[in-house]
Ligand binder design. Structure first.
Ligand code: GDP
Length: 379
C-alpha cells in the first residue's frame, strides 16, 4: 500500500498479554523476519507505534483505568483491534483481558472490528485446536452477552508464524478495512468469468497479504501457492536481476506487435511442462518466464509508466498455471488456471489489461485528491 496512503489508511492495533507473540507476528508479516529469529525478540513493554502505521503493538498489561491512558484518542481512530492469545499457555487471564479490552474499546468506538488470533497453534494437535477455538469463542461471546454487548463484531482465527495462517488471517482482517473491497471483488469476478481463471488474488507484494480475491471460496492451498510464487519471483529477480530475465521477453513488453514471438517462447515452455508432467505434482516448477521488470517486485518500488509491468508465469507439474502480473507499485495480481485455459494467453493478457484499467479508475479519484494535496504542499 502506498506511502502516501498511510495517513488515510485504516489503523490496526495489535494487543495481547506479554509473550503472546505480538512482536513476532509484526516482524514476520511486516518486516520479513524468519520465525526462528523471533525467538530472540524482547517482549513488548511499551506502546510501539510501528512505522508501518497500521499496526500498533500494545503491551497486554495496559490499564484502562489509569487516568494517563487516553482511551478516546487510542480507540477512536482504530479500524480493527487484533487481540493475540497464546494457545499454548493457560489462557484464562488472556480471556479476562480480552473482555475488558473489548468493553473499553467498544464504548469509545462501536465501529471497531475485534479480531481474536488464537496463536501458536503449531504446538497443538488438530483435535485440541478445534476444542481450544470452541472454548475461547464460547467463553468470550457468553461473557460479552452477559455484559449486554452481543452486537460486537468479533471474529476468531487459528494462527501461527510457522505457516501461512498468520498471513491469511491478516489478509481477512485487512480486507474488512478496505472500502473499495466490493468493487475489487466484483472486478476480479468479471476477470475470472471471462478468462476461465479458477482463482485470482490481489496481493500486497511486500507483506504477502491479499487485499482482495474473487468470491469463489478460498482454499488455503491456493493461497499458499500464490504466496510462494511471490517468493520465487523475488528470489529469481534478485539472483539474476532484471537484465538477465528481461532479455527474452523485452520485445513483448515494449511492443504489443511482438506478442507472437513471445507466444512462441511460451510454447517452448509448454514442452518443458509436458516433460515434467509425469514427474508428480505440487511444487515442481517446470517453467518460469519473467518480464524485464520483475526486479520491481523487490522492495524498491517501480518507476511509474506504460506497459512496463512485471509479468511472470509458472507452469506446475499438476497442470496448473500460475500467472502473475504487477498491477501497480505495490500490488500484484496472481491467477490460478488450468494449462489448457492458458493456451489462450492473448485473451487472458487482454482481460488482465482491462482489469488493470478498471482498477486505475477505482483509485483515480483518490489519486486526483492526492495530487491536489501535493500541489498545495509544494506552494
Ligand atoms: P510479545 O511479548 O507479545 O511481543 O511476544 P513475542 O513476539 O516476544 O513472542 C514471545 C515468544 O513466542 C517468542 O519466543 C516467539 O518466538 C514465540 N512465538 C511467537 N509466535 C509463535 C508461534 O506462532 N508459534 C510458536 N510456537 N511460538 C511463537
Amino acid at each position: 500500500l502506498a506511502d502516501e496512503d498511510r495517513e488515510s489508511r485504516p489503523r490496526l492495533m495489535l494487543m495481547g498479554l506479554r509473550r503472546s507473540g505480538k512482536s513476532s507476528i509484526q516482524r514476520v508479516v511486516f518486516h520479513k523476519m524468519t520465525p526462528t529469529e523471533t525467538l530472540f525478540l524482547e517482549s513488548t513493554s511499551k506502546i510501539n507505534k510501528d512505522n508501518i502505521q497500521y499496526v500498533w503493538d500494545f503491551p497486554g498489561q495496559m490499564d484502562f483505568f489509569d487516568p494517563t491512558f487516553d482511551t478516546t484518542a487510542i480507540f477512536g481512530e482504530v479500524g480493527a483491534l487484533v487481540f493475540v492469545i497464546d494457545s499454548q499457555d493457560d489462557y484464562m487471564e488472556a480471556l479476562a483481558r480480552l473482555h475488558s479490552t473489548v468493553v473499553a474499546a467498544y464504548r469509545v468506538n462501536p465501529n471497531i472490528t475485534f479480531e481474536v488470533f488464537i496463536h501458536k497453534v503449531d504446538g497443538l494437535s488438530e483435535d485440541y485446536k478445534i476444542d481450544t477455538q470452541r472454548d475461547i469463542q464460547q467463553t468470550t461471546t457468553d461473557e460479552l452477552a452477559d455484559a449486554g454487548l452481543e452486537n460486537v463484531q468479533l471474529a476468531f482465527y487459528l494462527t501461527s508464524i510457522y505457516d501461512h495462517s498468520i498471513f491469511e488471517a491478516f489478509s481477512k482482517v485487512i480486507q474488512k478495512l478496505i472500502p473499495q473491497l466490493p468493487t475489487l471483488e466484483n472486478l476480479l469476478n468479471i476477470l475470472c468469468a471471462n478468462s476461465g481463471i479458477e482463482k485470482a488474488f490481489l496481493f500486497d507484494v511486500i507483506s504477502k497479504i491479499y487485499i482482495a480475491t474473487d468470491s469463489s471460496p478460498v482454499d488455503s492451498q491456493s493461497y499458499e501457492i500464490c504466496s510462494d510464487m511471490i517468493d520465487v519471483i523475488i528470489d529469481i529477480s534478485s539472483i539474476y536481476g532484471r537484465a538477465a530475465i528481461g532479455a527474452k521477453s523485452q520485445g513483448y513488453l515494449d511492443d504489443q506487435q511482438d506478442q507472437s514471438d513471445d507466444w512462441t517462447h511460451q510454447q517452448d515452455g509448454h514442452d518443458d511442462y509436458e516433460d515434467s508432467n509425469g514427474g508428480g505434482h505440487g511444487h515442481s516448477q517446470a517453467v518460469v518466464s519473467n518480464s524485464s521488470r520483475a526486479g520491481s517486485l523487490n522492495n524498491q518500488p517501480a518507476q511509474s509508466g506504460g506497459n512496463h509491468e512485471a509479468f511472470s508465469v509458472i507452469k506446475m507439474g499438476n497442470g496448473t498455471v500460475l500467472y502473475l502480473r504487477e498491477v501497480n507499485k505495490y500490488l500484484a495480481l496472481i491467477c490460478l488456471l488450468r494449462a489448457e485455459t492458458f493456451e489462450k494467453q492473448g485473451l487472458i493478457d487482454y482481460n488482465v489489461h482491462c482489469f488493470k484499467e478498471a482498477m486505475d479508475q477505482v483509485f483515480e479519484l483518490k489519486r486526483a485528491e492526492r495530487t491536489r494535496r501535493e500541489m498545495e504542499a509544494n506552494q
